[in-house]
Write a new protein. Sequence first.
Length: 367
Amino acid sequence: MLIIDGDYPMAGGAIRSQRQLTQSIEHARGVGPDFPETLGRPDSGIMATIPEMRKAKVAVAIVKVLGCVLRDGHDHGDVRTDELSYAQAQGQLAYYRILQAQGHMRMLSSRVEFSDHMKAWSEADTHDDLPVGFVLGMEGADPILWPEQVHEWYESGLRVVSLSHYGVSRYSHGTGTGTDGGLQNDAVGLLREMDSLGMILDVSHTSDESIRQELDNFTGPVISTHQNCRAVTPGERQIPDELLRQIIDRGAVIGHSMDTWMLYREGVDWANIPPRRDVFPESAVTLEDYCDHIDHVCQMAGNSLHSAIGGDTDGQGGSDGAPYEVDTVADYQRVAEILDRRGYKQDDIENIMFRNWQRFFEKWLPA
C-alpha cells in the first residue's frame, strides 16, 4: 500500500549529520560491506533514505526547512541571528533542489503535479526508478524575516508553514517552553500574507494559545503534519481535544508522529526532556500505542478522513526514538496491518495511509 508521510525534516538532518540519502539504508547506516570508512561516524539509527522510501512505498513526504533562532531566555535554536536563519533554510532548500535535478525527488507545488505523481506511483509495477515526491514545508517561521517575504518563499515552492518549532519563534510561542504564550510581533500580518497566497497553516509544535489565535486570524487550509493526542498521551507537545475538534471542523488532516515521547503514556515535561532510555525501555512503546492516537481522531471525527501518517521521520531520534517494531520507514506498513486487525475497512486504512493527504493536497495546492 502506498504511504504519504506528513513530516520528514530531511535536509536538516542530512546536512547536519552528513547523511548519504541517495544510498541504501545499509550504506547510510554504515553497516554495509562497502561502506567507506573515510565518510566518518556511522549514522546507525537512521530510518530513511530515498531507496528505502521507495521500498516502503512512500510516494510523497512533506519535507521541511528549519532555521530556528536561539533567543534570550530560551535553550532551543539552531542559529543566533535572523540572517543565519534565512541562510540555513535556503541551504536546505538547495539540498532538495539538487535531489530534484538529479532525478531522486520531485517537488509537488501544484494540484496537477501532485495528481500526476500519484498516478505514476499508483500505476507502476515497481517504484525503484521513480522519484519520491515532496511538498515543501517550513517548521518554525523564523526564516521568513518579515511577513511580505513569504511571497519570495512561495515562489521558491514553499506551501506549508508552521509559525513555531520548539521554544519561542519570531511569530509565536511553541512547545517546550513551559509556558502557553500566544502570537507575537507581526504574526497576524504573516497569516494574512499566507492567506492571500492560499498557503497551508501547520499547527504542529505550536502552543495552545497560539493555535487559538491562529484559527481566529487565518481563514485558509489547516493541517497538523506531526501531532498526537493529549487525551491519549499527556504533555504540551500533543494537541488537546478542544483544539483537535476545531481543526477537524476546519477540514484538517492530522499526521501522527512516530516520536515515542509523544506516545509514552506517562507523558514527559517538554521543557526538560531527559534521555529517553532513562525513562522507559525501547519495548515500552509500540505501534499499538501509535494506532490508539489514530483511533482517537477517527472516533472524534466519526470517520477516517482526518488521521494520517506524520512520521517526524528521523527528526524524532531515528529508530531509537520510534515504536518498538519500527526499524526503518518500511515498517510504517505495519500500521495498516494493525488497523486491519482492529476491524478498520480497506477504504479506511487507505485513507489513513495516503488518501487523506492526497485528497487534501489535490484540493488545496494551487492549480
